[in-house]
Design a protein around this ligand. Structure first.
Ligand SMILES: [Zn+2]
Length: 237
């Protein structure tokens, strides 16, 4: 054991086990132990153009896909109830540990096997929080995920053209129908002409029913001629 391990012990957020400097050197991972890394609930959606994330947004209908200007959609991990990923997402969103977004965003790009997914993009737009919620929380977790993606791809992040105009109650408190009316029209765009014909990657932390993202995509139709892809860190099963 090295002195630095004693001074700055790192423990795996999934199993609580200690992560040694030797493991870090061997695996290049300093935030998760190798066993939990292998067992992450990956969706494999990087290999499937048609997948449950896309279906949540389009309900499987090509006509809706076209209307929303949706190019591709995919999630990196499944959000499984009872799996430690739930804890990590909770810490990222509510416990002032947004760095998880950077780790996981980075890792998603490194592990994504369809290289074109991130190649054919000009700019990343994280799903914005309402300014009031942003002030309360102090950060937007989706922006941290976008930063992780940007570190690896070099793509710029844009946080000015898409804004949240309505502060909606937390999604978990809403039932199915309430959710629809709740997020519809919750987003607006600024200077859309600056993003005409751009290839945009919208990034969110978690897609459940897809209502929030669909509302985002509706607003982004103002970016005329833009091709829009969606990346979610997690997709609820
Ligand atoms: Zn572990």
């Amino acid at each position: 054991m090295l002195l630095s391990d004693l001074l700055f012990p790192r423990t795996c957020p999934f199993c609580g086990r200690y992560i040694s400097d030797q493991q870090i050197r061997e695996t290049y991972l300093d935030w998760i132990c190798p066993d939990c890394w292998r067992r992450l609930p990956r969706t494999e959606q990087d290999l499937k153009a048609e997948n449950s994330t896309e279906t949540a947004l389009t309900e499987g209908k090509t006509v809706i896909k076209k209307a929303l200007h949706l190019n591709r959609a995919g999630a990196y991990l499944f959000y499984e109830k009872g799996h430690p990923i739930q804890q990590v997402i909770h810490r990222m969103k509510y416990r002032d540990e947004p760095e998880w977004g950077i780790y996981l965003g980075r890792q998603a790009v490194l592990g994504w096997r369809d290289e074109r997914f991130f190649d054919e993009i000009d700019v990343i737009i994280p799903v914005p929080l309402h300014p009031k919620r942003l002030r309360e929380r102090g950060y937007n977790q989706s922006e941290y995920i976008a930063r992780g993606i940007s570190e690896i791809t070099g793509l710029p992040i844009d946080t000015t053209h898409l804004t949240r105009t309505r502060n909606t109650p937390k999604q978990a408190l809403q039932d199915g129908e309430g959710r629809k009316t709740n997020v519809a029209g919750a987003f607006a765009v600024n200077h859309p002409e600056q993003l005409y014909h751009q290839r945009i990657l919208v990034v969110d932390d978690l897609i459940t029913t897809g209502e929030t993202m669909r509302s985002c995509l509706q607003a982004m139709r103002a970016f005329r001629g833009a091709t829009i892809s969606v990346f979610a860190l997690c997709k609820a099963q």
